[in-house]
Design a protein around this ligand. Structure first.
Ligand code: WTA
Length: 692
């Protein structure tokens, strides 16, 4: 068993043990004891009693089994889903050690199932067809609608039939470029139903980014919408999709069909740019199709979706998830981390364009038959009380969001919160980046009125589902810690040599052994999969995150240790921003680092070297930012451009980012050793230009 398990174990099991035994017992007994050293926040007695995992002892019992007998643990859970044929033996097979051959992870291979069937048909057949599956809240207050499980199934079937009719087959890629309208989860589910592989591209990505993704996965069809309102702004998505398709066609990847949902109230048909023969109005074709559609039964290891994410090089990585393990894992993590009950109303503010929207807007909740709120708009439109008005309107009991939103609402003041009752809230959730203790406390005290546990879920696009997360009734929380590993997850902290460190420590976070929701490859580049994730620390999956473990075994995520930054919970590769900047004709070189940002968590700080003779100017600064917006998306726009006559480089030409990070954060007296630089005077020049 793992180190932290022994640790928690000893605390819980030996009654006379030192340390925090009283705290953990207190959870079991439901007594809140004040801690002398740590800020421990306890779930109430009442909460723990009703929880799925009511005590740390229960967690330990389940966790032990999950790591000692993963096949048995996960098979028992998997059997609750619908399988056309059961999986074979072994239940899973894995090789995480590239030295021993190709890295491979498989779960439930040979099992035949369909995730759309399990999300929809299974719930309808269980008699829950009239339960609301999705509440949709539009950008403008007052615009809303809902779909029951039966209605959602019908909508999905119509689209699935249409897609089949235009030739989309099992294994084909489908690109989805849609805002948060019902049609987004509908399209994901329709693809899953017919065995097509969806690749959702967040609707905030630019034409260039969309084109890049189209060129990589070569979709049979793309589905988009003509325009959408976000806050008071109108965004013409179809124009962006058009530009992307022109670009991809130029590069030999034409898109044959572009299905466009007409958002009539935002932009009418006549005003939408149109290419006859390629473009089709969704509303003209899809409603004509039958409302039932055969399910394409697929192998558990058949691909379900591709989702591009940022890495440390300029080229985004197509993270590939398969069907069976992902299904079992997202459903189970959702259920336990949010202590889900059939009476809950669940709202996750994430967009389906990110992994959180895949696993915890669409699949995880629907697999549990949950009622999900989806929100099209912006959290501060028309004002900063919008989230709480939505909570009251739908009686949301589980509210899952990102620290950046918490911080921005915190800044806007408590009145926006206290104006609303929020009495339906039971559990709060956080994802995307470490939540700082002060934001945690505000979320807990003001939003949750000190009665809602916070599930601070640590996970990644690659992991498919939660990896380290509180189970809200099981143990006390520490503000800012993601607490303990989920069932079946074996985190280890290693030093730079890849040696596991025990007990209280900090280092690089790796995972030992596979879990059902793990990604199986990077699309079209298995070698990069091995190199990025499995070779840095042989035998482990390397997360790219730094982490520490305290004396009680709690895990504290400390942020990325690679060249990825996390801006408002969005993962951005510094190399992507750099390559956008250097595409500007006046920029010869750029180096991008993150810096601490009050609301966004991290902001983007770009050092830019201009072509000889080009003077820096405000106009050029704006142009450079615009270039990044156009090439990646508005969310990746640099917060700061620092003119750099030169960049600090080693004699071998490597940029010393450590120094740039210090300059960006204003820690000029902590630059460290600069003597190994090829030209140490570069640093003085940079400092001299610090505030321009
Ligand atoms: C960060 C989002 C601390 C982390 C689900 C990770 C977090 C990256 C947390 C993955 C959290 C996510 N605490 N850090 N609760 N959740 N992260 O792929 O750095 O968009 O590696 O997946 O976000 O981002 P991704």
């Amino acid at each position: 068993t793992t180190n932290h398990l022994r640790h928690v174990d000893s605390l819980t099991i030996s009654p006379s043990g030192a340390g925090n035994i009283s705290h953990l017992n207190a959870v079991i007994l439901g007594e809140a004891l004040a801690s002398e050293e740590d800020d421990l926040i306890f779930p109430s007695d009442e909460f723990s009693r009703q929880a799925l995992v009511p005590s740390s002892a229960k967690y330990l019992e389940m966790y032990k089994r999950s790591v000692e007998d993963p096949a048995g643990f996960w098979s028992d859970i998997a059997l609750r889903f619908h399988w056309k044929a059961k999986w074979g033996e072994p239940v899973y097979s894995e090789n995480l050690d590239a030295r021993k051959g190709t890295v491979k992870i498989e779960w439930f291979k040979g099992g035949i199932t369909n995730i759309c069937y399990n999300c929809l048909d299974r719930n309808v057949e269980a008699g829950n067809g009239s339960n609301v599956a999705l509440y949709w809240e539009g950008n403008d207050p007052g615009s809303d609608c809902s779909l029951t499980y039966s209605q959602l199934l019908e909508k999905v079937c119509q689209l699935a039939n249409y897609l089949k009719d235009i030739g989309v087959r099992r294994g084909d890629a489908v690109v989805i470029y849609l805002p948060m309208i019902m049609e987004l989860p509908i399209t994901m589910l329709a693809c899953a139903r017919i065995g097509a592989v969806h690749s959702v591209v967040f609707a905030g990505f630019s034409a260039d980014s969309l084109a890049q993704r189209i060129m990589d996965c070569k979709p049979k069809v793309i589905l988009t919408c003509n325009a959408v309102k976000r806050g008071s702004k109108v965004i013409c998505l179809k124009d962006i999709a058009d530009a992307a398709m022109v670009e991809s066609a130029k590069n030999g990847v034409p898109v044959d069909v572009c299905v466009t949902y007409g958002n009539q109230s935002v932009l009418n048909r006549e005003s939408t740019n149109w290419k006859e023969g390629r473009d089709i109005w969704w509303q003209d074709v899809v409603p004509k199709y039958p409302t039932t559609c055969h399910v394409e039964w697929v192998d558990a290891e058949d691909p379900l979706f591709l989702l591009y994410t940022s890495g440390s090089t300029g080229k985004p990585k197509g993270v590939l998830h398969t069907t069976g393990g992902y299904m079992v894992y997202t459903a189970t993590t959702f259920k336990y981390a949010f202590d889900y009950k059939s009476t809950d109303i669940y709202w996750c503010t994430a967009d389906c364009g990110w992994i959180t929207g895949h696993s915890y807007v669409t699949y995880g909740p629907l697999l549990n038959g949950a009622t999900v709120v989806i929100f099209e708009g912006a959290p501060n439109y028309p004002d900063s009380g919008r989230c709480w008005s939505i909570v009251d309107k739908y009686k949301v009991s589980i509210f899952y969001t990102a620290p950046t939103l918490v911080r921005s609402l915190m800044r806007d003041g408590n009145e926006f919160v206290t104006r609303y009752s929020r009495k339906s809230l039971r559990i709060l959730g956080s994802v995307g980046e470490p939540i700082n203790p002060s934001a945690w406390r505000w979320f807990f005290n003001v939003v949750g009125e000190s009665k809602c546990p916070i599930s601070d879920t640590w996970w990644q696009t690659e992991t498919g589902g939660f990896m380290i997360t509180p189970l809200p009734g099981a143990w006390p929380q520490k503000p800012g810690s993601a607490t303990f590993p989920f069932f079946g997850v074996q985190p280890v902290i290693v030093d730079e040599k890849g040696v596991e460190i025990e007990g209280e420590c900090s280092g690089y976070l790796c995972i030992k052994h596979s879990w059902p929701g793990a990604f199986r490859t990077l699309y079209g580049d298995h070698e990069r999969y091995e190199t990025t994730y499995f070779k840095p620390f042989a035998g482990y999956y390397f997360t790219g995150d730094g982490c520490s473990r305290d004396k009680d075994g709690y895990y504290w995520l400390t942020g990325r240790v690679d060249d990825v930054i996390n801006v408002s919970g969005h993962r951005i590769g510094t190399a992507e921003v750099e390559s956008a900047l250097v595409s500007h004709p006046h920029c010869v070189e750029a180096a991008v680092v993150g810096f601490e940002h009050e609301v966004k968590g991290q902001g983007i700080y770009a050092f830019v070297t201009l072509v000889e003779g080009v003077p820096p100017s405000e106009e050029l600064r704006k142009n450079l930012i615009l270039t990044v917006r156009n090439q990646i998306g508005a969310f990746a726009a640099p917060d700061k451009i620092h003119w750099a006559p030169g960049l600090p480089k080693t004699r071998s030409g490597k940029i010393m980012r450590r120094i740039l990070r210090k300059i960006a954060s204003g820690q000029l007296d902590e630059l460290g050793d600069t003597s190994t630089l090829a030209d140490p005077s570069v640093v003085d020049q940079l400092i001299a230009l610090s505030d321009c």
